[in-house]
Design a protein around this ligand. Sequence first.
Ligand code: FES
Length: 113
Amino acid sequence: MSTTTPENLLINIKVKDRDGQSHDIEARPGDSLMEALRDYHWGVAAVCGGMCSCATCHVFIAEEWRSAFPQRDVDEEDLVDMLEFEAPNSRLSCQLRLADRHDGLELELAPEE
Ligand code: FES
């Protein structure tokens, strides 16, 4: 019989902030990546609350993790295309749903624009 507790269900994510500092955080599968990042003082502003309209949740996903998420949809693609710091691994973290398979995810916060 499983003895899984809620603590066991968290996944670990490594985040490099805009000052180059590394942070190991925990997140709940089912939450968006933005939700995991917005509560930290160094985290994302997420001004639009996840409506894919502000891009203040912009992150760079580590190359080896890019394929762990579905590709950008049209709305995300349009917004990312307008960013000064857009890169091939740019993602809007509000559009990324976390799952168990993302344990160990690594990413970097994009510069503020
Ligand atoms: S929170 Fe605004 S686009 Fe992601």
